[in-house]
Design a protein around this ligand. Structure first.
Ligand code: UT7
Length: 342
C-alpha cells in the first residue's frame, strides 16, 4: 500500500495498481533577478502597487540563450541527483509547459537529448499553470499500471518570452523557472494518495495567447497586432481561480477522507498572494500551513508548484511522512489538486 495510515482512494474502486511515490524533486531558476523597481522603469507601475495587489517583489528572467528545455534539464538533473537516478533508468519524460522551445518537436524530446535519457519516451502536456499536477496524475498512471518503473515529470516555463513588456496588467506577474520530480513505486513508503483534475474550455479566453497556432499562424500582421503575447482578464481569472482551487482541494481531501487540519503544508499555485489568502481562508488553514514563494519568483505557471515543492522539501518545511496538498489553477481553464504523503 502507498500508506498504512491514510485511505487510498484507488482501493475504494477496486483498483489493483501498485502505488506511486515521488522519489525525489529538484528545481532551477535563472540567475537574473528582475525587481519591481526595474519594472517601474518599463511601465507605469510601482513597487507598492505590485506588492499590495500581488505579493510579488521580484522574478527570475532567463537569459536570451536559455530556453525552457535548458531550465527543464537543469531541474531534471537535480531531481535525478537527489534520487540517485541515472539517465538510462528513465522510462518516460513528461514536460508540462505553455512556452515550449518551439511548436514541435516537444520540449520533452529536447530534454531527453539534453539529459541523455536515450531509453525514455517523451511528450509534453499543455495545461498551463495546472500542468505539473496534470503531469503528476498522468505519470502516476504509467507507474500504477506497471507500464513504466521510472517517470520524470517536469514543469518548466520561459514566460518572459510571451509577456508583453509594455502591458503593465500582465508583465509584472510572471517569471521563468523549472521544477521536476521522479516518480517510482516504493512499496511501504510515502506516495501520492490522490490527484484530481478539471477543465472548463468555455472560459478559454480569460487567459490565452491567440497567435502562433493554426488559428492565427505567425505573420508580419500577427506580430504587429501583438497576438503572440499572453492576454488575461485578471479580475475574472482571479474569481475563477479562488473557486476552482477551493473546490479541487476539497475534492482531493474528500477522496482521502482527510481533514484540512491533517495537512502539514498546502502548496498552491503561486499566482497572487491574495488568491492564496482567499483559498486558504475558505479551506480554513492557518497562514503557517500555506507555502509561499511568489514574492521571489512571481507566477511561473507550470513550474510554480514544482519549484515550491522542491523548496518546501529542501528547507525542511515538508518532512518525510508529512501530508502535502498541492492545488493549482490556470488557463484553459484548468485546475487540479493532489494529496501526497511525503
Ligand atoms: O496563473 C494563472 C492564474 N492567474 C491569475 O490567477 C491572476 C489573477 N488575477 C490577478 O492576480 C489580479 O486580477 C491582477 C493582479 C492581475 C490585477 O489585480 P486587480 O486587483 O484585479 O486589479 P485590476 O485589474 O482591477 O486593476 C485595478 C487598477 C486599474 O486601474 P483603474 O482602471 O482602476 O484606474 C488598473 O489599470 O490597477 C491598474 N493596474 C496597475 N497599476 C499599476 C493594473 N496593473 C497595474 C500595474 N501597476 N502593474
Amino acid at each position: 500500500m502507498t500508506s498504512k495510515r491514510f485511505k487510498n482512494p484507488r482501493a475504494e474502486h477496486g483498483y489493483q495498481g501498485r502505488p506511486c511515490s515521488i522519489l525525489s524533486v529538484g528545481s532551477y531558476v535563472p540567475e537574473r533577478i528582475m525587481t519591481n523597481a526595474e519594472l517601474e522603469k518599463l511601465v507605469d507601475t510601482s513597487d507598492d502597487w505590485i506588492t499590495t495587489r500581488t505579493g510579488i517583489k521580484e522574478r527570475r528572467i532567463a537569459a536570451d540563450n536559455e530556453f525552457t528545455s535548458d531550465m527543464a534539464a537543469m531541474a531534471a538533473r537535480r531531481a535525478m541527483d537527489a534520487g540517485k537516478i541515472t539517465a538510462d533508468q528513465i522510462d518516460l519524460i513528461i514536460v508540462a509547459t505553455i512556452t515550449p522551445d518551439m511548436l514541435f518537436p516537444s520540449t520533452a524530446c529536447l530534454v531527453q537529448h539534453k539529459i541523455g535519457a536515450r531509453r525514455a519516451a517523451a511528450f509534453d502536456v499543455e495545461a498551463a499553470c495546472s500542468g505539473f499536477i496534470y503531469a503528476l496524475e498522468i505519470g502516476q498512471q504509467f507507474i500504477t499500471s506497471r507500464t513504466y518503473d521510472t517517470v520524470l515529470i517536469i514543469g518548466a516555463e520561459k514566460l518572459s518570452s510571451i509577456v508583453d513588456w509594455k502591458d503593465r496588467n500582465t508583465c509584472v506577474l510572471f517569471g521563468d523557472g523549472a521544477g521536476a520530480a521522479i516518480l517510482q513505486s516504493l512499496p511501504n513508503s510515502h506516495g501520492l494518495l490522490t490527484a484530481c483534475m478539471g477543465a472548463d474550455g468555455e472560459k478559454s479566453e480569460l487567459l490565452y495567447m491567440p497567435g502562433g497556432g493554426s488559428m492565427c499562424p505567425a505573420s508580419a500582421n500577427s506580430v504587429a497586432a501583438g497576438l503572440h503575447f499572453l492576454r488575461m482578464d485578471g479580475k475574472e481569472t482571479f474569481k475563477n481561480a479562488v473557486n476552482a482551487m477551493y473546490t479541487a482541494a476539497l475534492e482531493a481531501l474528500r477522496r482521502c477522507e482527510l481533514k484540512i487540519s491533517q495537512i502539514k503544508c498546502v502548496i498552491p499555485h503561486q499566482a497572487n498572494r491574495r488568491i492564496l489568502e482567499a483559498v486558504g481562508e475558505r479551506l480554513g488553514v492557518t497562514k503557517d500551513q500555506v507555502f509561499v514563494n511568489l514574492d521571489r519568483y512571481g507566477n511561473t505557471s507550470a513550474a510554480s508548484v514544482a519549484i515550491a515543492l522542491d523548496e518546501a522539501v529542501s528547507t525542511g518545511v515538508v518532512k518525510r511522512g508529512d501530508l502535502v496538498l498541492l492545488v493549482v489553477f490556470g488557463a484553459g481553464l484548468t485546475w487540479a489538486a493532489a494529496v501526497i504523503e511525503w
